[in-house]
Design a protein around this ligand. Structure first.
Ligand code: SAH
Ligand code: SF4
Ligand code: F3S
Length: 445
């Protein structure tokens, strides 16, 4: 019999990218290998995101296309399993079997370790969608096969779920309450990744700095402790962690930015809005002054540190003066990268029911203004990099042969003419050109 193939399409955040890697691990242990197109796959999986309406709706159009592929393959006598995983499933499990009844299985982000049993069941339950969205008592991490490094940079999930309940956000409902992996599990996974060639680890969590995993004696430890333990591992050159919640940045964490040279001088710390009125309505536990204080402390600990952020414009009740406060905070912090979004009304969240929703036209105008400002700081920072020598970790092939793409300490993408022997290595590069989205450079020396 021919080997079976899988194709996974991933939407959403880095946590979903990590989950997709772990799903691929499971499938490999079941004898599947990767397919380069859905048409060549016996199993097509969508790992979905529910954060904004657009992301969630895209899944249904993609599913329609997958169904067409399934029918084409059926004409050739080939069976195809279609699966949906991730946050849309957790939020809209019933919708999936109504809107896409051809889906064979749907599992939420906390239950994908049960994939082997689900796949075994499909043979027996043909024609019915198998749905598994119960929040499990067990941690999926205890049941997943060991993962291995797939390159110079690796993600490592250390925390999942969120107890913050920002009023606009679906994550506490899709990923459940906060859970932290034990210290030993994280260290073992890190060592495995490093042994396999990883030089940079990006620790992931929806609220990563609320990490409180147990050590061997059962005592809860914080992210600062974990960072110090990780920094002791030989061969780990770079550490990042994302995404942090401003109110949970404590002094011990700030001290790590002073003491640990492995922590990169770039931190994603979403502020969402510069207006205290809006931050309160969002149920964020920080105001703009708190945010600025944290940034100042971090930049005192490491003067090289630069910030990135997420922003939402057009949150219910946002007036011109609130939006101006957001522009003010951007002008103050001068973020070197940022993600900004129009507020998207999500069913089941408190903000969706707020009366003072902002018109779409105003949201769009504000987003354009904000993005112009954000891009101007991003471009300015990138231009200031020209002429500097930076250690760049190359982990992707460029568009043409002989070109590699890597990341500077500040998460800028950098293109260089380099042979593949430099893949997954850190190379000193002199930056020669800069645009808003990327840098180019040449090897130094
Ligand atoms: N846990 C992280 C990020 C979670 S989602 C944090 O607290 O920052 C990533 C980003 O999506 C958020 O930071 C927010 O800016 C945006 N987002 C979340 N819900 C949204 C919504 N309903 N509409 C628009 N943007 C949203
Ligand atoms: Fe969502 Fe807020 Fe939790 Fe981030 S901190 S995941 S925005 S609820
Ligand atoms: Fe999306 Fe779920 Fe991540 S909703 S942003 S994939 S946690």
């Amino acid at each position: 019999m021919n080997k079976k193939h899988y194709y996974i399409k991933t939407f959403g955040c880095q946590m979903n990218v990590y989950d997709s890697e772990r799903i691929a691990n499971i499938l490999q242990t079941l004898g599947y290998s990767p397919a380069s197109t859905p048409k060549a796959a016996d199993l097509i999986i969508f790992n979905t995101c529910h954060i904004r309406e657009k992301a969630a709706e895209k899944v249904f159009s993609d599913l329609g296309r997958a169904y067409a592929v399934k029918q084409e393959r059926a004409e050739e006598g080939l069976d195809t399993i279609i699966g949906v995983m991730g946050c849309v499933v957790q939020a809209e499990d019933e919708q999936i079997s109504v809107r896409a009844p051809f889906v064979d299985f749907a599992t939420g982000p906390l239950t994908y370790h049960r994939l082997p049993e689900i796949l075994a069941k499909i043979g027996r339950k043909k024609g019915k969608t198998i749905i598994d969205t119960e929040f499990p008592a067990e941690s999926k991490f205890d049941f997943l096969p060991e993962n291995h490094s797939s390159g110079g940079c690796s993600y490592l999930a250390i925390q999942e779920g969120c107890n913050n309940f920002c009023t606009y956000c679906v994550v506490p409902y899709t990923r459940g309450v906060e859970y932290s992996r034990p210290v030993k599990d994280v260290i073992n996974e890190a060592k495995r990744l490093i042994d396999g060639g990883t030089l940079e680890i990006n620790l992931l969590g929806q609220n990563v700095n609320s990490y409180h995993g147990e050590d061997a004696s059962g005592k809860e430890q914080n992210l600062a402790y974990l960072l110090r333990e990780l920094a002791k591992i030989d061969g780990l050159k770079r550490i990042r962690y994302t995404t942090s919640y401003p109110a949970d940045v404590d002094d011990e964490l700030i001290a790590c930015h002073r003491d640990l040279k492995q922590i990169m001088p770039y931190l994603h710390l979403p502020v969402q809005s510069g207006s205290d009125k809006i931050l309160k309505a969002m149920n964020r536990r920080h105001n703009s002054a708190d945010y600025l204080r944290v940034v100042e402390k971090l930049q005192t600990a490491n003067p090289e540190l630069r910030m990135s952020s997420d922003f939402i414009v057009g949150f219910p009740g946002e007036e011109d003066s609130d939006f101006q406060a957001t522009l003010d905070i951007v002008n103050h912090v001068k973020f070197i990268q940022a993600f900004s979004f129009k507020y998207s009304r999500r069913a089941g969240t408190p903000a969706a029911l707020m009366k003072n929703q902002v018109e779409e036209k105003i949201k769009k105008e504000r987003l354009d203004i904000l993005q112009d400002l954000l891009f101007s700081y991003q471009l300015k920072f990138n231009k200031e990099s020209v002429g500097k020598i930076m250690p760049v970790l190359f982990d992707m092939k460029g568009r043409h042969a002989g070109q590699l793409i890597g990341r500077t300490p500040y998460m800028q993408n950098l293109h260089a003419e380099l042979g593949k022997e430099y893949m997954n290595k850190i190379v000193n590069i002199k930056v020669t050109e800069a645009t808003t989205n990327s840098l180019s450079g040449v090897m130094e020396g």
